[in-house]
Design a protein around this ligand. Structure first.
Ligand code: FCB
Length: 418
């Protein structure tokens, strides 16, 4: 077993620009909203006005005893028109980074969190074969500004979810239901990530670069071996294929043909993990389907509450031998009924994985405050802080106090004693 180390553990929360900022009028999600695709009819503008209120929000981050914060910069604000970069917008995020530095908050900077500029959307978005180049131009432009202040980078948030929601389920822009196209998007995202990785490393050698990868636990609904087979396949497609592709440099099924691309190899310095839930699956005449178990506790989103699963995914990643950061973990729970226990068990899962030899850099709770939850609008409350969207007041939920206590612990050396 690995020696427990003394190094600083990063405690933080995570947000994404489109979900917390006002004025996001230039991306594909704004078009989606204008098409009436947000289930609640809510608007992402002005959301939490985090772009105007970030100093107060940093105060709240300090109130939580956090020493880190994961946030994203909005490509569509910085490059509203193709090739034209808005220096004021670049400066805005630079100011945020400076304010974090003053407050001793380690930034984890996400370059892409679901949204793309409208000009790129009209050119085919993620499917455009030039997508990696468009993204690279943006990354090359912004990294020099931020590199002195940012050590941890996330190139792309949840590439698999981008492909799944936008190109298989069709619930997110661009609303396509076509597996083949989804896989070509994934391939593009793998190259986009790899190129961005190289750019960041070239501009700052000791940066730590990753993606934020959603991992889910798939469990067979019955003892039928076919259910096991389905879960095994889902695990390899959803959890493993993208990761292995950008670690081994070999395209894994279903992303594409099994070709080796040296330029995709070793493109992760650590693994960013977003973990939320587990699902049960069953094989049937029409292929496989999710099996919704009855009488199990669920979040307001309908996800099974299974915080023990964080330990399972962390152990699942151990064989890669890379450090891991929990870049998102949380639950929608308006009344904060289940979140305290969820949080406790999640943190115990982290502690257990550390004891069993997983090198964990930090834990980012999703989210700092209630915000715009994509097609669900404001109906899903993920915040440690409750947001009053009329007054912009943020009010700590009970879980915030728990997290405040937890954030004083170094799980590398101490155990949680709640
Ligand atoms: C993740 C997304 C994040 C947020 C949470 C609830 O999949 O990365 O933006 O919506 O789910």
């Amino acid at each position: 077993m690995k020696q427990l180390n003394q190094k600083k553990f990063l405690w933080g929360t995570a947000t994404a620009s489109h979900q917390v900022e006002s004025g996001n009028f230039y991306n594909d999600w704004w078009l989606w909203e204008k098409e009436g695709k947000i289930k609640t009819g809510d608007s992402a503008h002005p959301s939490c006005e985090h772009n105007l209120r970030y100093k107060e929000d940093f105060y709240l981050i300090k109130f939580l005893n956090n020493n880190s914060y994961r946030f994203s910069i909005e490509w569509s604000k910085i490059e509203k028109e193709e090739g034209v970069f808005d220096e004021n917008e670049i400066e805005h995020y630079l100011n945020m980074l400076k304010e974090m530095k003053i407050r001793d908050i380690e930034p984890i900077l996400t370059l892409h969190h679901f949204t793309i500029p409208q000009w790129l959307y009209h050119k085919g978005g993620f499917e455009n074969p030039e997508f990696p180049e468009y993204f690279s131009k943006f990354v090359s432009k912004v990294v020099p500004y931020y590199k002195e202040l940012a050590n941890y980078w996330i190139t792309i948030n949840e590439p698999v979810i981008v492909a799944l929601m936008g190109y298989i389920f069709g619930d997110w822009p661009p609303g396509i239901k076509n597996r083949k196209r989804a896989f070509s998007v994934l391939k593009n995202l793998a190259f986009a990530h790899a190129q961005a990785y190289d750019i960041i490393k070239e501009k700052k050698k000791d940066s730590l670069v990753s993606i934020a990868h959603n991992l889910m636990i798939f469990k067979p609904a019955t003892w039928n071996p076919l259910d096991y087979m389905v879960c095994h396949l889902l695990d390899s497609w959803f959890n493993m294929a993208f990761l292995k592709t950008i670690i081994e440099g070999r395209i894994y099924s279903p992303i594409g043909k099994k070709e080796f691309h040296p330029e995709l190899k070793n493109k992760l310095d650590y693994i960013g993990v977003n973990y939320y839930t587990r699902s049960f699956f069953k094989f049937g005449i029409r292929g496989f389907a999710e099996y919704k178990r009855k009488n199990v506790p669920r979040s307001d989103f309908g996800f099974e509450i299974y915080p023990e699963g964080l330990y399972e995914v962390l152990m699942r990643l151990k064989p890669f031998g890379l450090p891991v950061m929990i870049t998102e973990n949380g639950m929608a729970d308006k009344k904060d009924l289940y979140r305290p226990d969820f949080l406790k068990t999640s943190l115990k899962s982290v502690s257990r994985a550390i004891k069993e030899g997983v090198d964990i850099l930090g834990y980012m709770h999703w989210s700092l405050m209630d915000n715009f939850e994509w097609v669900e609008g404001y109906s899903k409350k993920f915040g440690l802080l409750e947001t009053d969207f009329k007054t912009q007041e943020r009010k700590p939920r009970g879980s915030a106090y728990l997290y405040q206590k937890a954030s004083l612990i170094n799980p590398n050396t101490d155990s949680f004693d709640f």
